[in-house]
Design a binder for this molecule. Structure first.
Ligand SMILES: [Zn+2]
Ligand SMILES: [Zn+2]
Length: 142
């Protein structure tokens, strides 16, 4: 039986579940992650789309275009405003979740990479085992 990782928005209206292990976990300081979180970095936890279900509620979808000209569709709670997840033209087989919205935000461990590290705040130190990429990461190898 594969592990199930549930999460949701702050008010509880939106609930989701990702099954199995995340395919990619990234910290990111791009301007979009800063905007969607209201913080200086976001943690993006990606599952295969086929392993993602929304259990409760209907997230509102907001579409925007990245600096690279590709679409990003953000899913957020219409009541409390939490961005719980998104899909990206850049990673068509994946569904992303905001790392802090899981019921257990520690299960995903350490991010594999820090993307848009050129925007990393100077006061933040990152462990040596986390790959630092100045800007965008390439498509996953696996
Ligand atoms: Zn909510
Ligand atoms: Zn980002």
């Amino acid at each position: 039986m594969e592990s199930k990782h549930e999460g949701g928005c702050f008010c509880g209206a939106i609930r989701y579940c990702g099954t199995g292990s995340p395919k990619r976990v990234s910290a990111c300081s791009c301007r979009w992650c800063q905007g969607r979180t209201g913080s200086v970095l976001g943690v993006s936890v990606y599952f295969d789309k086929a392993d993602v279900v929304f259990l409760q509620g209907e997230p509102t979808v907001f579409s925007l275009t990245s600096d690279a000209g590709r679409w990003i569709k953000t899913k957020f709670c219409p009541t409390c405003g939490t961005t719980v997840g998104w899909t990206l033209e850049f990673l068509p087989d994946f569904h992303g979740f905001a790392g802090g919205t899981f019921d257990d935000p520690s299960f995903w461990g350490d991010p594999q990479r820090y993307v848009f590290a050129r925007n990393k705040p100077t006061w933040l130190s990152v462990s040596d085992h986390i790959e630092m990429l100045a800007a965008m990461a390439g498509p996953p190898a696996d």
